[in-house]
Write a protein that binds this ligand. Structure first.
Ligand code: NAI
Length: 296
């Protein structure tokens, strides 16, 4: 029988954590959302409320009473706190979505493990770090695994469930069960840098940018070639502008720094570095590989 999960603590209420808390509450779980400052949590809660209201409006077209009830039902399942101890002490599952820093994550998990009930499953949403590094100091390594979500969490269907060599079958089953309950399509991956999606994406983006850097083809033609030749919905430069060029650069640099043997052979994009140093970060600043300012 799959381990019961009712109470979920989500640590980190930024872009990912607030989305994870939202879909978890939506599926009927009780969620405690943790961050370092009350103001950050209040902003996250407000954003979640707005997103759920938008969904309620689509679901209950014109019926304001049903819309309000729907929003209330979801939001009342989310408690916010800056106190990790109170959040974790009765949790069945803890999902970590804090800053992408190995030492800070390691310290947090040690703290969480000391407080969490003995049956509690611990999961990280890291996108680029190895789970075996994050969980290095844990005693209950068999209860530790990965839940790698994609942004925007409420919209993206995919969930990568990651197992280390120590993750037990029952932990893996419980993580898969949870993923299905929150209506994600679950894929399983062993603990390797980048898991499935980013492991394919990082070299693909690097090689695309290297083609443009070398002047082999224009960014427009590379995007067109990928869309029409590979049936991808968007090209690599359109995708980079969408993700944000600062994030694309930090993924590129972070991957090399943490896993040189895996990623150091990939070409370094000069064009990407130049755009970021000029403050052109993609759609969010109006200009990146493409200029969006006339369309704003
Ligand atoms: P973010 O910067 O939006 O949010 C991180 C939050 O964690 C902040 O609100 C920060 O105040 C809080 N925080 C930092 N240290 C904390 C601590 N010790 N205790 C409690 N809260 C703490 O970051 P984002 O984008 O949500 O990323 C979070 C994690 O998810 C990272 O590990 C990232 O690699 C991963 N991830 C990010 C994706 C993305 O597209 N942004 C996609 C998939 C995974």
């Amino acid at each position: 029988m799959v381990q019961q999960i009712k109470n979920v603590a989500v640590i980190g209420s930024g872009l990912m954590g607030s989305g994870i808390a939202q879909v978890t509450a939506y599926a009927g779980f009780l969620v405690t959302l943790v961050d370092i400052k009350k103001e950050i949590l209040e902003v996250a809660l407000k954003k979640m409320e707005e997103r759920v209201l938008k969904e309620a409006k689509e679901k209950f077209n014109g019926n304001e009473q049903s819309q309000r009830k729907f929003v209330q039902d979801v939001i009342q399942r989310i408690r916010i706190t800056t106190d990790v101890e109170s959040a974790v002490s009765n949790a069945d599952l803890v999902i970590e979505a804090i800053v992408e820093n190995l030492e800070i994550k390691q310290r947090l998990f040690q703290k969480v493990e000391a407080i969490a009930p003995s049956h509690c499953i611990l999961a990280t949403n890291t996108s680029s770090l190895k789970l075996s590094d994050i969980g290095k100091y844990l005693n209950r390594k068999s209860q530790f695994g990965g839940l790698h979500f994609f942004t925007p969490v409420p919209k993206m269907q995919l969930l990568e469930v990651v197992q280390t060599s120590d993750t037990s079958e029952s932990t893996l089953e419980a993580l898969k069960w949870f993923g299905n309950k929150i209506e994600k399509v679950v894929v399983i991956c062993k603990d390797t840098p980048g898991f499935i999606v980013n492991r394919l994406l990082i070299p693909y983006m690097s090689e695309s940018m290297a083609l443009a850097d070398r002047g082999v083809a224009s960014i427009e033609d590379i995007d067109t070639a990928v869309k029409l030749g590979l049936h991808f919905p968007i090209g690599p430069f359109e995708l980079a502008d969408f993700i944000g060029l600062d994030i694309a650069l930090s993924i590129q640099n972070g991957s090399r720094e943490h896993y040189p043997e895996e990623y150091n052979k990939l070409p370094h994009s000069k064009m990407l570095e130049k755009l970021v140093s000029e403050g052109n970060l993609g759609r969010k600043t109006g200009k990146g590989f493409y200029d969006y300012r006339s369309k704003l």
